[in-house]
Design a protein around this ligand. Structure first.
Ligand code: AMP
Length: 187
């Protein structure tokens, strides 16, 4: 099954994707994680880090080779949970073509909705716990703005395919997960 999670930073995509990955035995592709792992490993990795730390999207020439490399691995052939990808309409179009050429398609898009004040509170708490540079006040504002301008249009792309299901991500993680399972079971 191919499932895309879309939601602003702090909406719980990573947590929910991890839980669903365990439940379905399906691999979890987090582009944020992939990109963070390149930090300090090469000049390109340091370039990636500068985008992440500034709260900006990394350019496609850095993101796409990592995504393609992972998708080519055997584990990902039967299904994938996409967390943080696609984040732009161009990335969504790429994924659509990539899967289409392999006789696959996205089965479900789960949109996590969380009020802005809750997102800011969650991300500020995470900044204290994990010390992520992009969870600074400016980083949070920039990422929320980029979500609105670059990533929300991806939802219109998927709305046309009638595969978007919206979930109240402000509830406790267990409740959110059980709503997700309800949608997954009927997809
Ligand atoms: P995340 O862990 O999903 O919050 O992502 C952290 C950061 O990684 C983002 O703020 C971007 O800088 C970068 N990033 C993650 N996914 C993408 C993507 N699909 N395209 C471009 N940049 C990305």
């Amino acid at each position: 099954m191919q499932i895309v999670f879309i939601g602003p930073p702090g909406s719980g995509k990573g947590t929910q994707c991890g839980m669903l990955s365990d439940a379905l035995g399906c691999p979890h592709l987090s582009t944020g994680e992939l990109l963070r792992r390149t930090r300090g490993k090469s000049p390109l990795g340091d370039l990636v880090a500068s985008y992440i730390d500034g709260g900006c999207l990394a350019p496609d020439f850095l993101v796409m080779p990592l995504v393609i490399k992972l998708l080519e691995q055997g584990d990902f052939h039967s299904g994938c949970l996409f967390d943080g990808f696609p984040r732009t309409v161009a990335q969504a179009a790429f994924l659509q073509n990539y899967l289409g050429e392999r006789g696959q398609r996205i089965d479900l898009v789960l949109k996590l909705r969380v009020p802005r004040e809750d997102l800011i509170a969650r991300l500020s708490a995470r900044a204290k716990l994990e010390g992520r540079a992009d969870d600074s006040v400016e980083g949070i504002q920039r990422r929320l703005e980029i979500y609105q301008t670059r990533t929300e249009p991806v939802l219109s792309f998927y709305h046309e395919l009638k595969i978007v299901r919206e979930i109240d991500g402000s509830k406790a993680a267990g409740e959110v997960f059980s709503e997700i399972m309800d949608f997954v079971n009927v997809a």
